[in-house]
Design a protein around this ligand. Structure first.
Ligand SMILES: Cc1cc2nc3c(=O)[nH]c(=O)nc-3n(C[C@H](O)[C@H](O)[C@H](O)COP(=O)(O)OP(=O)(O)OC[C@H]3O[C@@H](n4cnc5c(N)ncnc54)[C@H](O)[C@@H]3O)c2cc1C
Length: 278
C-alpha cells in the first residue's frame, strides 16, 4: 500500500509547476491522504496543487512545500464532491460521463480543485463561485466546512484561509453527449486563443480592458528576456521557451507593468503567484 506522505529534501521545484522553472525546496512533502496533513505542516509550509499559477524563484524555497495529491470525485446530493488534489480536467470528465453539467468550462484548466477553489479560477464567463456549494478546509489543525456565502469570492479571489481539503459542487442534469461536445468546443477555443509552451496562464488580472490589450498596445508582444518571451499570440502570456529563469520571466513582468503604467496610467495587478524570494 502507498504511504500517505512521501518526504523528499533538496528537490527541484521545476518538476512541480507548469512553468518548469524554479530552484530547490529544502523539504517537500507529497501528501496522498488528507488525514496526514496536520503532521506535515510547519510554520514555513506552503501548499501547492498543480503549480499552474506559480512563478517559483530561481533560489527555490527555504522551507516546506506541501504538495496536495489526495484526489477523487464522488456523486453526492445535487452534484459532486471532489478532493482537493483532483485535476480539473478529471473533475470535468467525471461530470460529463455522469451527465452532470456545470463544470465543463474547467476541462482545459491545468490546475487542481484546491488551487481553483482558492483562486476562484474561471473561463468562458464562468468561475468557481458559480458552482461551489461548500468547501472543507483545514484551519489551525481543525476541519471546517464553509458555505458558499462564507468564501468571500470575487474575480480570481477568495477569502479562504487554510488548506482546501475538498469541495462540493452543484450540477444540473444534462445529456452526456452534449456535455462532451461542450468540453471539446472549450478545448478547441483554448487551443485557438492560447499559446502553447510552458506558462502559468494569464500573468495579470483583467481590469476595465483585458490586460493583454494594454500589453499589446504598449508594443510588447514578442519582447524577449533570456529564455522567456511575451507571447506573440496572447500578450498576457509569458512563455518559458525552454531555458528561461524565473528572473527572466520576472523581468518581463516588471517591464510590462512599467510600460503600461507609463503609457496608459493603468496599474496591472498580477494573477501569477510568486513563491520564494524575488
Ligand atoms: C496553460 C494554462 C492555462 C490556464 N488557464 C486558466 C483559465 O482559463 N482560468 C483560470 O482561472 N486559470 C487558468 N490557469 C491558471 C491555473 O491553472 C489556475 O489558477 C488553477 O486553478 C491553479 O490551481 P493549482 O492547483 O495549479 O494551484 P497552484 O498553482 O498549485 O497554487 C496556486 C495558489 O493556490 C494555493 N493552493 C493550491 N492548492 C491549495 C489547497 N488545496 N488549499 C489552499 N490553497 C491552495 C497555493 O498556495 C497558491 O497560493 C491556467 C494555467 C495554465 C498553465
Amino acid at each position: 500500500m502507498r504511504e500517505s506522505v512521501l518526504s523528499l529534501s533538496n528537490v527541484s521545484l521545476a518538476n512541480f509547476c507548469t512553468y518548469h522553472i524554479g530552484g530547490k525546496a529544502r523539504s517537500l512533502k507529497i501528501v496522498y491522504d488528507s488525514a496526514a496533513l496536520v503532521d506535515v505542516l510547519t510554520e514555513d509550509s506552503v501548499v501547492v496543487g498543480c503549480g499552474s499559477k506559480l512563478l517559483i524563484s530561481d533560489s527555490g524555497y527555504d522551507g516546506t512545500i506541501v504538495l496536495v495529491r489526495f484526489s477523487g470525485v464522488k456523486i453526492s446530493e445535487n452534484g459532486v464532491y471532489a478532493y482537493a488534489g483532483t485535476p480539473l480536467p478529471a473533475l470535468s470528465r467525471f461530470c460529463s460521463k455522469h451527465s452532470l453539467g456545470g463544470l465543463e468550462w474547467a476541462c482545459g484548466i491545468p490546475g487542481s480543485v484546491g488551487g481553483a477553489v482558492k483562486l476562484n479560477a474561471g473561463a468562458f464567463g464562468m468561475s468557481m463561485d458559480s458552482v461551489v456549494e461548500r468547501v472543507d478546509v483545514l484551519q489551525k489543525g481543525k476541519v471546517a466546512s464553509l458555505k458558499a456565502n462564507e468564501l468571500d469570492y470575487s474575480y480570481r479571489h477568495s477569502g479562504i484561509e487554510g488548506i482546501v481539503l475538498g469541495a462540493q459542487f452543484k450540477c444540473q442534469a444534462v445529456d452526456a453527449e452534449q456535455l462532451e461536445l461542450r468540453c471539446k468546443s472549450y478545448v478547441k477555443l483554448r487551443r485557438e486563443s492560447q499559446p502553447r509552451g510552458f506558462s502559468c496562464g494569464s500573468i495579470f488580472k483583467n481590469s476595465d480592458k483585458p490586460a493583454g490589450w494594454y500589453i499589446e498596445q504598449a508594443g510588447l508582444k514578442g519582447l524577449k528576456c533570456g529564455g522567456a518571451i511575451i507571447s506573440k499570440e496572447h500578450a498576457n502570456f509569458i512563455i518559458n521557451l525552454g531555458d528561461a529563469s524565473s528572473r527572466d520571466v520576472y523581468t518581463l513582468i516588471r517591464t510590462a507593468k512599467a510600460e503600461v503604467k507609463s503609457k496608459f496610467d493603468v496599474t496591472l495587478n498580477e494573477e501569477v503567484i510568486y513563491l520564494g524570494d524575488f
